[in-house]
Design a protein around this ligand. Structure first.
Ligand SMILES: [Zn+2]
Ligand SMILES: [Zn+2]
Length: 268
């Protein structure tokens, strides 16, 4: 089986203190074929890694050192906000990224984790606004490869029951998936929900299956690990879901372009 972990943070992200080399060694020990280092850039929080050149230099040294054991691609996870599309597009062109995850971490200038986004909104309104802004992001920002953890809003909700049912938001979610497919963008299947004891992937199976039904083919797997222990965490579940939903290929990226590798390919 060909396994990629295309969502990994290191201590160049504010919320991780993991050394890049330790993350790579963890991936090698778990027989991962290829990884993307995807540290955070979030302009809605005025946050870009202050020493991004350092990150790229370190990445190149480690990539070279472990080249016979694992493939590494330079990535970034950038927070998408349509109101600052120009700033985001500009940053993504400053470095030779192979892979870019676009994620919704902030909506209408409010960080979903740190700010009061949910105040005075019922669940339906808050989740709908999150998806409406996501669609605007996809239409206004071109320079990304996959949309990260599409239904992550349910992780941040402040309600008695934060769960998100695909059927309650199927119109807007279908619009998002169709637009991504039309623009040649993909989605990721993110396993971090298990780390937070939420026991689900992002997206959940129903949305993954719908993406496939609508013709979606570009998909990556990501642990969103912020420490070595969680690299490729719960990938058995993710790969099982991919097979159940009918995916035969996983995507890897070079120069922001996908190539499709059979999931069942023997590791090289
Ligand atoms: Zn994220
Ligand atoms: Zn992340």
């Amino acid at each position: 089986m060909f396994k990629i972990d295309y969502h990994i943070h290191t201590n160049y992200s504010l919320d991780s203190d993991a050394d890049m080399e330790d993350m790579v060694l963890a991936a090698i020990s778990k027989n991962i074929d290829e990884i993307a280092v995807t540290d955070h850039v979030d302009y809605h929080k005025q946050y870009a890694p202050p020493h991004y050149d350092d990150l790229v230099n370190k990445f190149n040294i480690i990539k070279e050192k472990y080249a016979s054991k694992i493939n590494m691609v330079l990535g970034v996870e950038i927070g998408l906000e349509n109101s600052i599309a120009d700033t985001i597009n500009k940053f993504t062109k400053m470095y030779d990224f192979d892979f870019i995850i676009g994620s919704s971490h902030g909506v209408c200038g409010k960080d979903l984790y740190f700010d009061n986004f949910f105040e005075n909104k019922n669940k339906k309104d808050a989740y709908t606004l999150y998806f409406t802004e996501m669609l605007k992001n996809i239409n206004s920002i071109n320079n990304f490869c996959v949309y990260g953890h599409i239904d992550f809003i349910s992780r941040y909700g402040k309600y008695d029951d934060n769960t998100l049912k695909y059927s309650d938001f199927s119109d807007i979610i279908d619009d998002i998936l169709k637009t991504l497919i039309y623009k040649g963008k993909g989605i990721e299947i993110n396993t971090s929900g298990y780390r937070y004891h939420l026991n689900q992937t992002y997206p959940q199976y129903d949305i993954l299956k719908r993406y496939k039904e609508l013709g979606g083919e570009i998909i990556t797997t990501g642990s969103d690990a912020h420490s070595p222990d969680y690299v490729a965490d719960h990938f058995d579940i993710a790969y099982n879901m991919l097979e159940r939903a009918g995916f035969k290929y996983i995507s890897k990226f070079k120069n922001l372009k996908p190539t499709f590798v059979p999931i069942t390919a023997i590791s090289v």
